[in-house]
Design a protein around this ligand. Structure first.
Ligand code: UT7
Length: 331
């Protein structure tokens, strides 16, 4: 029996809208301060989509950069997976909209995946399994969010944390053994749905005048509880995957964590007994971009020379669901 093919990241790309919203600007409209946001989260500013700029538009920019980086053409892509909680429309999948805007073949398989901030790792695992099966040649995996459309700009406990953006990766197969995706660990605390959710607008509670007045179509979050589960989920996901592959933490050249809160990242660094220099952090400039957070960070890490051939990289995330996940990559 032939062994499964290695699945590798051939290229990455990212995009952030031009408009930058600083903490100081937020403090002009709600009861907050640059000092509170900076010290409680590490965030200094975030990007906000322009009026009329859709999640699919941001995704197209990131995708074009990833395909160019992979030195491939649109014709090489036959699978498109889009991780997002902010689709352009409730239906159909934003992947279908992106297929058309990008100019991909209608023979490209297209679907969205909702695992919130862990979405890129879930999508990466799915794409690698589909490529590894030999039934697809190249996958485009996109994490994109327009969170500015679903945060309540009058709720200071959430609106200061989130931002918009997109990140993409092109996945292909390689005959070289032991490179690319080494493994993943995915999971979810499904008993914690109401810690981070949007109560209105789904089939359980379709939008009504009352639900709009009640602001049920915006993100609701129990920040303190989510914080605890975030640390627990990311620690478990990191520990399990390292144990599973018998890799000591100090062999990881770079950890690319979900960019939600600097204090959460510092807790994971302490748990893994790794210095903060081994962690890629860009949340100061982006805030939390949910499914886009890891692919934007991955693209910046690659382009700034933080990832070298032979390096082991650990991706680790948590998000609404509450989902969590980790992925181990060798370059
Ligand atoms: O991708 C998953 C997304 N979710 C997360 O990552 C959330 C994880 N949780 C967190 O990052 C943190 O819990 C927060 C940053 C959300 C909050 O930090 P905290 O240290 O847990 O603060 P807190 O919620 O306990 O709030 C402390 C105080 C409260 O005032 P009182 O009750 O002590 O008087 C809040 O009302 O800070 C107040 N507060 C604010 N003050 C100024 C909450 N938000 C703000 C704000 N500006 N924006």
């Amino acid at each position: 029996m032939s062994s499964p093919r290695s699945t590798v990241i051939l290229g990455t790309g990212s995009y952030a809208p031009a408009r930058v919203l600083t903490n100081a600007e937020l403090a002009l409209t709600i009861d907050t301060s640059d000092e509170w946001i900076r010290t409680r989260s590490g965030i200094l500013e975030r990007h906000i989509a322009a009026p009329g700029e859709q999640a699919s538009d941001m995704a197209v920019h990131a995708a074009q950069r990833a395909i160019a980086d992979a030195k491939l053409t649109l014709a090489d892509i036959d699978l498109l997976i889009v991780a997002t909680i902010t689709p352009d429309l409730p239906m159909p999948a934003t992947a279908c909209i992106i297929q058309h805007k990008l100019g991909l073949s209608t023979a490209t398989a297209c679907f969205d995946l909702n695992a919130a901030c862990s979405g890129f790792i879930y999508a990466l695992d799915t794409a690698c399994a589909m490529i590894g099966s030999g039934r697809y040649r190249h996958a485009l995996v996109i994490g994109v969010e327009k969170l500015s459309a679903i945060v309540d700009w009058s709720d200071r406990t959430t609106c200061v944390l989130f931002g918009d953006g997109a990140g993409a990766a092109v996945i292909g197969a390689s005959d070289q053994p032991n490179i690319g995706l080494i493994g993943t660990k995915l999971g979810a605390y499904g008993d914690c749905v109401d810690m981070l959710f949007i109560p209105g607008g789904g089939s359980n509670a379709p939008a009504t005048t009352a639900s709009l007045v009640n602001r049920d179509h915006f993100i609701k979050m129990k920040g303190k509880e989510v914080f605890k589960y975030a640390v627990r989920g990311m620690e478990e996901a990191a520990r399990d995957i390292l144990e599973q592959h018998s890799i000591p933490a100090n062999q990881i050249a770079l950890v690319i964590p979900h960019q939600a809160n600097l204090r959460i990242i510092e807790a994971i660094a302490q748990y893994l007994e790794l210095p903060m220099e081994r962690f890629f952090v860009n949340l100061d400039r982006y805030g939390n971009t949910s499914a886009a957070s890891i692919p934007i960070a991955l693209d910046e890490a690659r382009r700034s020379g933080r990832i070298k051939s032979g390096d082991l990289t650990l991706l680790v995330a948590f998000g609404a669901g509450l989902t969590y996940g980790s992925a181990l990559l060798r370059w």
